[in-house]
Design a protein around this ligand. Structure first.
Ligand code: ADP
Length: 352
């Protein structure tokens, strides 16, 4: 075996694949994962070495490139690839590990969707409470003012005065309900764990990989090479990022440019991390902009119009700020800034 083969085997071993190199009927080399799975010595007859793994000896005779099941319950897949005229690379994939990994990904996705649904209900309560509090307070003041004026000018209108008292009482009751909702939703304090924003971007993109592929959107990432730690609740911050990305995808779907593009940039400056999610979609008209963060205002046929107001309240819960800018080249960009936990001076990585 050449030095290159050994280095290659070692490097591929780091990726966790079980590999062996065969020369004719003989075993030439094995990497660490393969040694763990099926120990053997270089120079041994490949057929003897393969014996303990059910079906592997037969798989060694299968046509080059064919994927052959082996193991008692077919839990491994063996595949041979010719390296040169003499040497053959044998790869063994543990299907259980792949299926386990797939199941975990599905569970994680389901978990996040569940949390984000319950979070949305809770946040919706909070946003509603916040929005209703103002008109309720104003109504109480108006009714009290009206009652004072009526009592001064027409003290004999006892029925009307009593009705106004009842109205104030009813509105006061509504206000109590709102306070209770606020108390309940605010007691759901965000967690304060250490979160790497770079990681969070990758995790969020992994959850939307299918949507990005389906919409054929080109992704541009400008992320620091070093972690950007912030303190907060990973689920909440991920929900913000996913909402912004989904909005960008919706915009690109509704009004598709020649080449749909989403770009994500993360920068650290003066102890603040700023994350930008931009797209080259239709952008936002001044009329939409005026109602961008107003709950229940949406321009989408089935939109709830809650996403951005929830995102803003989640970011504010993390002592941050969320805002929007228009792009000269078309499209728009949403930004959020959060305090960074420790001083970092990252270098930029560019990926297209
Ligand atoms: P929803 O997505 O349910 O409409 P949001 O609060 O998330 O609720 O968004 C409110 C509105 O903001 C959207 O209906 C859309 O008009 C506008 N909007 C948000 N993001 C974008 C974007 N990236 N491009 C264009 N318009 C956007």
């Amino acid at each position: 075996m050449t030095r290159i083969d050994a280095t290659l085997l070692h490097a591929l071993g780091d990726l966790g694949q079980a590999l062996a190199i065969l020369d004719g009927d003989f075993l030439v080399a094995l990497n660490a994962p393969m040694q763990t799975l099926l120990p053997g010595d270089p120079g041994a007859l490949a057929e003897h070495w393969a014996q303990p793994l059910h079906g592997l000896a037969t798989a060694l005779k299968a046509p080059m490139g064919a994927r052959t099941r082996c193991g008692v319950s077919g839990e491994y897949v063996a595949q041979r690839v010719a390296l040169d005229a003499r040497h053959v690379l044998l790869r063994l994939d543990d299907e259980r590990a792949r299926l386990h990994h797939l199941q975990r990904q599905l569970d994680d996705r389901e978990g996040l969707l569940f949390t984000s649904r319950s979070l949305t209900v809770s946040e919706m309560g909070s946003v509603l409470a916040h929005e209703l509090n103002q008109p309720i307070g104003a109504t109480v003041n108006l009714l009290r003012g009206l009652k004072l004026r009526l009592a001064r000018r027409h003290p004999e209108s006892t029925d009307e005065l009593a009705a106004l008292d009842k109205a104030v009482h009813q509105v006061g009751y509504a206000s109590q309900i709102i306070s209770r909702i606020r108390e309940y939703t605010q007691s759901r304090q965000p967690k304060t764990e250490r979160i790497d924003l770079v990681d969070l971007v990758h995790q969020s993109l992994a959850l939307l990989d299918w949507d990005l592929q389906r919409e054929a959107v080109r992704l541009m990432l400008r992320l620091p090479l070093t972690p950007v730690p912030v303190q907060g609740d990973a689920v909440m911050l991920q929900q913000v990022l996913i909402n912004l990305l989904r909005n960008a995808l919706d915009a690109l779907r509704l009004d598709r440019p020649a080449e749909a593009l989403i770009d994500i940039e993360l920068q650290v400056d003066a102890g603040r991390a700023e994350l930008r999610v931009g797209d080259n979609g239709p952008g936002i008209t001044p009329q939409t902009e005026a109602r961008l963060f107003v709950p229940f205002s949406s321009t989408k046929p089935n939109g709830m119009g809650l996403g951005l107001s929830i995102c803003r309240s989640l970011i504010e819960m993390h002592q941050g700020r969320l805002w929007f800018t228009r792009r000269e080249s078309g499209g728009c960009c949403f930004h959020f800034a959060l305090p960074v936990m420790a001083a970092t001076s990252p270098t930029l990585e560019k990926t297209a």
